[in-house]
Write a protein that binds this ligand. Structure first.
Ligand SMILES: [Zn+2]
Length: 181
């Protein structure tokens, strides 16, 4: 669908713009003591992307595994596997973790979590999908329950796009509800 492709391009441009800005600010700031491993993520920090395309709402959270289950190696022991399963179960219940403006009449389906292993580290890609009867009324996102369920996450870099609007901002425990547009 043309429209969907347009949104994807718009989103890619937005992401690229933010990436360039971030790189520039890192390059020009003397944040030498900030611990960052090569090409890796920062524990406690994640990413949130929301796309509202017509009535379809997609919310994707990318978070270090350490912030979800407390480790990032591939679960092998019975105990670690149980932790992974428990977290995946919790993430299925989208309604109990994230909410958007109630006037939008959005109905979330079951959340999904995918683990992307990269050596000693991994990331969890958590996807929530909703169908919204009144998408034009969707202008707020609240992830306080998600942050309470996974208290190791300190902040999320958030980006959102709709047919006509876009948003970029930060989400933290103190500011877990954001006005998108
Ligand atoms: Zn890590």
């Amino acid at each position: 669908m043309e429209h969907r492709r347009y949104l994807k391009i718009l989103f890619a441009v937005l992401v690229a713009f933010i990436a360039v800005n971030t790189l520039t600010s890192v390059a020009f700031s003397d944040s030498g003591h900030k611990h960052r491993h090569h090409g890796a993520h920062e524990h406690g920090a994640g990413k949130l992307q929301l796309i509202l395309d017509g009535k379809k709402l997609d919310l994707v959270l990318t978070v270090p595994g350490a912030d979800i289950v407390g480790f990032e190696y591939k679960a092998k022991s019975k105990e670690d596997k149980a932790k992974v399963e428990a977290a995946k179960d919790k993430l299925k219940d989208a309604d109990s973790l994230v909410t958007v403006s109630s006037e939008g009449s959005c109905e979330f389906s079951e959340g999904k979590a995918e683990i992307k292993q990269d050596g000693a580290h991994n990331k969890w890609k958590i996807s929530f999908h909703a169908e919204c009867d009144t998408p034009s009324k969707v202008n707020e996102l609240n992830v306080s329950a998600f942050l309470k369920a996974f208290p190791r996450i300190k902040r999320l870099k958030a980006e959102a796009v709709s047919d006509t609007k876009q948003f970029a901002g930060k989400i933290s425990k103190k500011k877990s509800s954001v006005k998108l547009w």
